[in-house]
Ligand binder design. Structure first.
Ligand code: GLP
Length: 270
């Protein structure tokens, strides 16, 4: 696993935006050879989306031949609700780039048969040839997508009940009203994420420091589902200094040292 440590949120966003754009460019997608992205919502990726919008508007990268699959969606929230992940993705990203909207995939949390919806999502990912790059964030309890503590590390897309920790954390988007936060969500599974060719996780801020130390310094554990990244052949975490406060100084120095040798052409905007 690579751990890229940047000084702050802005630098993390710029690094990740450049990296993702670089990956798409290198792949050189076309109508028969689309680049498939797995995408997250939340505050962590907003800066990355801004950087990608900028690079798209500057014609550095195009999303014309990208297919996207979002990680998760609340159950029972209308798509036009400002806190739905449909709304988030369109207002923070899709409405500002040259993507063909027919190739945007987001789980339907209002589907009449939620289980069938989840099964069909997995099938669609497979039909698209699998995900080239899955980008994610984490909750303070180390959950990835909505794979709450205790989720099977072999899980696929399904309905999940949210924990009180997540409901409280996400109530900041619902006027701090915990009762307004949906109790269930549809989410890709841990295995769905791990099946991607490459996985990149954004971790920023003090509130994620404990989770970062669990995934970097401790073992594989279903109570910190992001730790499954340890099993991925191409896993990258991009984090800021603030999130490293629970890591040992030696660990931080180690990763800073080995990453100083890595030029990462994709993140250099060439
Ligand atoms: C929700 C989402 C996760 C996201 C997490 C963290 O729980 N289901 O995919 O990673 O929030 O959000 P934030 O980036 O706002 O801290």
């Amino acid at each position: 696993m690579r751990l890229i440590i940047q000084p702050n949120y802005e630098k993390v966003s710029e690094w990740v935006g450049n990296y993702v754009a670089g990956k798409i460019k290198k792949y050189n997608p076309g109508p028969q050879n689309r680049f498939v992205l797995g995408l997250p919502t939340g505050s962590s990726p907003i800066g990355m989306y801004k950087q990608l919008i900028k690079l798209n508007q500057e014609k550095y990268v195009s999303f014309k031949y990208c297919t996207t699959f979002n990680m998760d969606e609340y159950v029972g929230l209308a798509e036009e609700h400002p806190q739905s992940y449909h709304y988030f993705m369109h207002s923070n990203f899709f409405n500002h780039i040259d993507i063909n909207k027919d190739y945007i995939n987001i789980l339907n949390g209002n589907a009449p048969d939620l289980e069938a919806e989840c099964e069909a999502y997995e099938e669609k990912i497979a039909r698209s040839g699998g995900i080239n790059l899955f980008i994610g964030g984490i909750g303070p309890d180390g959950h990835i997508a909505f794979n709450e503590p205790g989720s099977s590390l072999g899980s696929l897309t399904r309905v999940k009940t949210l924990t009180m920790d997540t409901i409280i954390a996400n109530s900041r988007f619902f006027d701090n009203d915990v009762n307004a936060v949906p109790r269930t969500a549809l989410t890709v599974g841990v295995k769905t994420v791990l099946d991607a060719d490459e996985v990149l996780i954004i971790i920023t801020g003090h509130q994620k420091a404990r989770a970062l130390s669990k995934v970097v310094e401790e073992g594989l554990n279903h109570m910190w589902t992001v730790s499954a990244l340890q099993m991925h052949p191409k896993g990258i975490i991009v984090c800021d200094d603030a999130s490293t406060v629970e890591l040992r100084v030696g660990t931080v120095n180690y990763f800073k040292d080995i990453e100083s040798e890595n030029l990462d052409p994709e993140s250099q905007l060439i």
